[in-house]
Design a protein around this ligand. Structure first.
Ligand SMILES: Nc1ncnc2c1ncn2[C@@H]1O[C@H](COP(=O)(O)OP(=O)(O)O)[C@@H](O)[C@H]1O
Ligand SMILES: [Mg+2]
Length: 182
């Protein structure tokens, strides 16, 4: 696996660091035996930096992203998000960090098909405890920005693939901050 930013910096030396990965390791154990998916991966990413993770199939990209996204726990090592050692937290605390600080665009979108586009985009605000009005206003604003405001009341299955992808992006970049800054 190649990290296009593999310049490992010391978090304490750089206050612009938003993500720091330290000696990360992941071993999957199953009835088929053990697979070492990540071994001693260390790097850091600054605020505003755009990073790609590139490597052949099976090299551990998804495993790494699952750890950085706090979706799975590593076997060894640490991940710091804005200075928080996320795996020192319990599952409920990790869920709160994930809700407040991370956005995901899944390969298969993972939209909730039984509800509307608007509710799909609002979803991080619902689980984050935002007020109804604030939540809706922010969702409509981003749907407008992405050119799919007219689809707000539709369900995901009524949209084209590209439109569904934009909904997934809208949900990922949805402003979760509880302070009203719009
Ligand atoms: N849940 C799992 N159980 C066992 N082995 C796994 C699991 N997930 C991934 N692996 C193995 O870990 C390695 C890295 O997989 P993955 O992170 O999905 O690679 P990539 O995303 O780069 O294609 C592969 O050898 C894969 O078979
Ligand atoms: Mg993958």
């Amino acid at each position: 696996m190649i990290l296009t930013n593999n310049d490992y910096r010391n978090y304490d030396d750089n206050k612009d660091t938003t993500l720091k990965v330290e000696n990360l390791g992941k071993v999957y154990v199953s009835s088929m035996g053990s697979v070492v998916s990540l071994r001693n991966v260390s790097f850091s990413v600054n605020k505003g930096e755009f990073v790609s993770v590139v490597g052949p199939s099976g090299s551990g990209k998804s495993t790494l992203l699952n750890m950085i996204g706090a979706l799975d726990r590593p076997t060894s090592g640490k991940v710091f998000l804005d200075g928080i050692d996320i795996f020192s937290l319990n599952d409920s605390q990790i869920a709160t960090v994930r809700n407040n600080t991370l956005g995901f665009i899944f390969q298969s979108y993972n939209l909730i098909n039984r509800t509307t586009i608007l509710k799909n985009v609002e979803f991080p605000g619902i689980t984050g405890g935002m007020s109804d009005g604030d939540r809706k206003r922010r969702a409509l604003k981003i749907l407008k920005f992405l050119g799919i405001l007219d689809k707000a009341k539709y369900k995901p299955t009524n949209l084209s693939g590209g439109q569904q992808q934009r909904v997934a992006i809208a949900r990922a970049v949805y402003e979760r901050s509880k302070s009203d800054s719009c």
